[in-house]
Design a protein around this ligand. Sequence first.
Ligand code: ZN
Ligand code: ZN
Length: 329
Amino acid sequence: MPVPEPGHGQVLVRVGASTICGSDIRAIYREHLGVGAEAYRGVVAGHEPCGEIVAVGPGCRRFGAGDRVILYHIAGCGLCADCRAGYMISCTSPIRAAYGWQRDGGHAEYVLAEEATCVALPDELSFVDGACVACGFGTAYEALVRAAVSGRDAVLVTGVGPVGLAAGMLAKALGSPLVIGADVAAERLELALRLGCVDRTVAAGAGAAEQVRALTDGGCDVAVDCSGSAAGRLLGIEAARRWGRCVLVGEGGRFEVSASPQLIHNQLTVIGSWVTSIGRMDELARQLVRWRLHPEITVTHRFGLAEAAAAYAVADEGRSGKVALVMDA
Ligand SMILES: [Zn+2]
Ligand SMILES: [Zn+2]
């Protein structure tokens, strides 16, 4: 790819790391199924870039050459209510463009970015840490903040792939005394436990909700679904205690509940949460330093840019932790 020239308000970022997301697999790699915000326009993929600014265009006011940045992966119109709240993910303007979907993303040596989408990467964090924050950890943090997770809450994470690992790690950082991971893949449960992202594991399937209720003295306070499967979402709803909160993060598909017994009579709050705001992403980057946490520990596979095909094949198997393209690797 030619090296782009930054225009007004734009920065040129030399990519340090660019991770692969479940969304890339679901909506681009297996088939190009997206419409609207998820429509893939044949651009350079990679919506989780992190790197160093090497050049800036005219009009840049905060960032300059040498600054290390995470890219919030959507450039919005900047003027609608969602953009003004920092949720460019929800911008519906025709000029909204996500890196790796509608404009060139991070799977390249350089990515051209809007200065307004840059988040400062603290010195203590690596490029791989930052790439993890750019989507997965940001999304997990948003879900936990929306559910107001604190030290009062036992948390169930259904689906402990990369976003589930993030949700577990951050729930513990927010004070949860008990984080339980559930998954159909035994390898992923073992990894979650080994990394310290969860305290206990439950094999998803028959009897899983009863096991969670037994571990939590009647039900978890918060359930976060990162599986995107009907079974994972239902497990969260069935394992939550009365007055519990359930956050849906994993994308795609459908699920069905019986309104009265499962939701209304259980006094449940169900929250749909899509990505995060740029302000929250900035907050998370700074919190990770205070918490001395490195999202990079969830990366189980690293590949150079030339090995991208192999990287996607590993991510597609659904048994790994996070898969990263690391440019200096
Ligand atoms: Zn992503
Ligand atoms: Zn907008």
